[in-house]
Design a protein around this ligand. Structure first.
Ligand code: ADP
Ligand code: MG
Ligand code: MG
Length: 883
């Protein structure tokens, strides 16, 4: 085989498409050489050598030595130097480079080839002994650290000690003689720490460094990174060996990094930093403050240190020429590394630059407008999940952060408000137009109204799929969950973290994107949905084939979702309105009544509320389909808790508290998730479904009359596992539709369908589709019932499952395609076989997860439905899935 690929002097054996073989860095060095850019000559030892090395007990292929020697000779010929030549030495860098950029791999070694003899030649050649000995001590430090495993601080201590002795504080105050003496000390340190002399033979140095790169592929840090990022071990890393150019040769030399566009805003302008008379990592190491590249950036930063544009105008012009060329060539924003040696600019690296979501959006749209990429390519350039960052207020990056605690980034965005410790206080604050943050140990369905009333939610317990986290994401409110270091004392009305105690009414800020809890008010930036965002969304809408609806229970949610481009409601959970205001008392009456009469009289009180809710939803969705699910949760969730609540309900029903408590005991359930809920409620108490159907149809007639827009309602029966259940409930709904039509003289455009959320329903989808006009896959419950895992209790062990690789992701966040996905597939196939035009959608949390949306496209769903703030994410993900 061929193990080594050369580059330099306007040509290369490799090219950018050979990334798998040459690694990212090597492939792009080759590509830049082919483009005729100034790249110091060198060669890449392929990733196949790495694989070979590990397959053969850490031995190299037999031909490698000769191939490396030949490539070194070629570099020598191009530079006019010889590797190990004591008179005219070639010095090289040894750089690792995997396919995917991989922190944790071996650090770069610069100035390799220096020894006691070549350092003198370097000094003479440059006419600058200080530069030569500075390079030598850098080399000894780096090599000893990354190859021999000698800790940095041993050298740093010696340097500090030396400077103290001389009475100076800056490295720049040291001269050639000082570095020379330090080199002697450094060599002694290596001998003491490592047990043998610092290698003097350049050949030994080179193979030591090459071996260290390959060995670093298997160190725990690198393994861990691969594990976390799904990078296969079999990929291996390449090694790049490249002639040195020196940025530390005085004031006409420099080193720097630059982006072709601003990586945080996406603005089209060269952006970066450089350092005069410096080498390699000095820029990122933060030893000296780097200078701006452009004058514009310098002026904006109010820096008095000259920009590269002013200080080195020729090199600057060359950099501008090259960056334009690279961007046009790669058709993407580039992140470049360069070095200037005595006024000549050399390119050392280029790659597609990392960027914020905001920048990604702007760059994609700009590149398409500039004609560098197509609109379809632009759609693929933005990660859907990253849009989340853009839809919420964020903390101004310039603001000072007084972080007092950290938890999980459970729902993105930032919010400021005064602390409240319960939902009643949250509502009171909202009525008084004061912004608040709801702080709870954990939340439950009863806190929904308090969560609605607050700007954000903080819990001290619970994970990313806790009640607080799921509901907050649904509402688009920031949430930080599981802040274990905070103690909440409800009685005293305080929270304590370390030595800080805050009371109700004190201001805090939470950052749901980072999980930080901050003291006081912090400046925010508002999201903007116009400009590039709107443009890219428009392009996405043109190509996607699946519709995107929203899960919305309230007018606020519905309006937000319409704003984000929702094309209807895929799931309205009627019960979420039950906690609003005084309704809960009527709801409790209905639940606790022990006969039909009692239930009917309570239901009569609820009817007008429900009808009004639906009128509003139909009006907001004007003409778009609205799916309303009949009452689903176990009645037990609505039971009164406190003595006061029990008293209120008893009074309102005209029964004794004792009798009421007896009824409460009857309704208690051990496993409510698998209990008296879903269509089982409608089967046992048909009057509930009838009231809801009446509310829906009367609202439909009313909204159509008021707005003049047609209303398409879809009545959805939850938790069905057999056709007969569905048919019984459907008969009641159809009868109610007839009745309402007759009473009002209005015509109704409605469908009756079901959720497929139990494995048995997916299997019997063929029967069910005989009468059901649509299916909505309720993948939250389907996941719970298929895996036998309760979502609310999964946090304790799910982490261990994903860590051990038993599950590749949290199945409540990204659909388990193999298992739950197969049930969906079966449901789709069997349903369509019986009713070819059946409408198919998904309404679990998965409807807003990009990977799951890809799956929905694959199985052929007609739409996905997700929480309002995920609608844009779903639109983009659906477009990418369709391409
Ligand atoms: P990383 O992957 O950590 O960025 P690199 O291999 O890119 O590591 O090396 C880091 C820095 O070292 C480069 O940005 C460059 O400044 C310097 N460097 C690498 N090779 C050379 C070289 N041949 N001549 C001069 N500087 C070099
Ligand atoms: Mg680099
Ligand atoms: Mg369900």
């Amino acid at each position: 085989g061929k193990w080594v690929y050369s580059f330099g002097d306007g040509k290369a054996e490799g090219q950018s498409s050979m990334r798998n073989l040459l690694g990212g860095k090597g492939a792009n060095l080759a590509e830049m050489s082919n483009l005729g850019l100034p790249v110091p000559p060198g060669f890449t030892i392929t990733t196949e050598v790495c694989t070979y090395y590990y397959d053969h007990g850490q031995q190299y292929p037999a031909e490698l030595k000769a191939e490396v020697q030949a490539a070194l000779d070629a570099v020598g010929a191009l530079t006019g130097r010889g590797f190990g030549d004591p008179k005219n030495p070639l010095l090289v860098s040894v750089r690792s480079g995997a396919r995917a950029s991989m922190p944790g791999m071996m650090d770069t070694v610069l100035n390799l080839g220096l020894n006691d003899a070549t350092v003198e030649a370097l000094a003479q050649g440059a006419g600058d002994p200080r530069f030569a000995y500075d390079s030598y001590r850098r080399f000894i430090t780096m090599y000893s650290n990354v190859v021999l495993g000698v800790e940095h601080h041993a050298f740093e201590e010696a340097l500090e000690h030396y400077k103290e002795g001389k009475g100076v504080s800056l490295d720049t105050e040291l001269g050639a003689e000082d570095w020379k003496q330090l080199v002697t000390k450094y060599k002694a340190i290596v001998k003491a720490e490592h047990g043998s002399d610092f290698p003097q033979a350049p050949e030994d140095q080179l193979w030591g460094a090459i071996g260290a790169v390959f060995d670093s592929w298997m160190i725990p840090r690198a393994k861990k990174y691969r594990e976390l990022n799904n990078i296969p071990e079999s990929w291996g890393t390449a090694v790049n060996v490249q002639a040195m150019v020196f940025g530390n040769m005085g004031d006409t030399s420099a080193t720097g990094v630059a982006f072709t566009r601003n990586p945080s805003t996406g603005e089209r302008a060269l952006y970066g930093e450089f350092l005069i008379n410096a080498q390699g990592e000095d820029v990122v190491a933060g030893i000296r403050t780097p200078q701006d590249i452009t004058e514009k950036a310098r002026i904006e930063a109010k820096s008095d240190r000259p920009s590269m544009e002013l200080a080195m105008p020729d090199s600057y012009a060359e950099l501008v020429r090259i960056y334009g060329l690279l961007e046009t060539h790669y058709r993407d924003m580039q992140d470049m590394e360069f070095t200037i040696e005595s006024g000549k600019l050399w390119m050392l690296q280029t790659r597609n630059g990392k960027r914020t979501a905001k920048a990604a959006l702007r760059i994609a749209v700009d590149l398409a407008a500039e004609g560098l990429i197509t609109e379809e390519e632009a759609i693929g350039r933005v990660e859907p999940a990253a849009l989340d960052q853009l839809l919420h207020p964020t903390i101004d990056p310039k603001a000072e952060r007084k972080v007092i605690a950290s938890g999980l980034p459970a729902s993105p965005g930032a919010a400021t408000g005064e602390i409240v410790f319960n939902s009643e206080d949250a509502e009171a604050a909202r009525k008084a137009e004061r912004k608040c943050i709801l702080v709870r140990v954990e939340t439950s369905p009863e806190d929904i109204h308090g969560m609605h009333a607050s700007e954000g939610i903080l819990t001290t317990r619970g994970g990313m799929t806790s009640h607080a986290a799921v509901v907050a994401r649904g509402m688009g409110k920031p949430c930080v969950s599981g802040v274990g270091s905070i103690r909440v004392d409800y009685k005293a009305g305080t929270l304590t973290v370390a030595s800080t105690t805050l009371k109700a009414g004190d201001k805090i800020t939470i950052d749901g994107s980072t999980g930080q809890v901050l003291l006081g008010e912090v400046a925010m930036l508002e999201p903007s949905l116009s400009g590039e965002f709107a443009t890219l969304m428009g392009w996405a809408d043109k190509v996607r084939t699946m519709k995107v609806r929203t899960n919305a229970d309230t007018p606020t949610d519905a309006r937000a979702a319409r704003n984000f481009g929702a094309e209807g409601i895929g799931l309205c959970r009627t019960e979420h309105m039950f906690f609003e205001g005084d309704r809960i008392i009527a709801v409790r009456e209905m639940i606790l009544a022990d006969d039909v009469e009692g239930r009917r009289s309570a239901l009569a009180k609820i009817l007008p509320y429900q009808r009004q809710d639906f009128v509003e939803l139909f009006t907001i969705m004007s003409g778009l389909p609205v799916t309303i699910r009949l009452l689903d949760p176990p009645l037990h969730e609505f039971l009164p808790h406190t003595d006061e609540e029990v008293r209120d309900v008893a009074q309102s029903m005209g029964v004794s508290e004792e009798k009421l408590r007896r009824r409460m005991t009857e309704l208690h359930e051990f496993n409510p998730m698998l209990g008296f809920r879903g269509c089982r409620l409608a089967i046992a108490f048909p009057e509930i479904a009838e009231m809801q159907a009446r509310a829906i149809f009367e609202a439909a007639v009313q909204a159509a009359k008021e707005t003049g827009a047609p209303v398409t309602s879809e009545v959805m029966v939850p938790l069905v596992f057999t056709k007969m259940e569905f048919d019984i409930v459907k008969a009641r709904i159809d009868a109610m539709a007839k009745a309402v039509s007759a009473e009002t003289g209005g015509t109704l455009d409605y469908q009756v369908g079901t959720m497929i959320e139990l494995p048995r329903a997916a299997l019997r989808a063929g029967d069910i589709a005989e009468t059901a006009e649509f299916f909505s896959f309720g993948t939250n419950d389907l996941t719970q019932t298929a895996l036998g895992i309760s979502r609310d209790d999964a946090a304790t062990f799910l982490g261990a499952y994903t860590q051990k690789g038993i599950l590749s992701a949290d199945p409540f966040i990204s659909i388990d395609q193999e298992g739950v996905g197969e049930l969906v597939r079966i449901g789709v196939e069997r349903g369509r076989a019986v009713r070819p035009d059946i409408k198919l959608g998904i309404c679990g949390e998965h409807g807003g997860d990009p990977a799951s949306i890809g799956f929905c496209q694959e199985v052929g769903l007609d739409y996905v439905s997700c929480s309002p703030y995920r609608v844009p994410i779903a639109r983009l993900a659906a477009a990418q899935a369709a391409l």
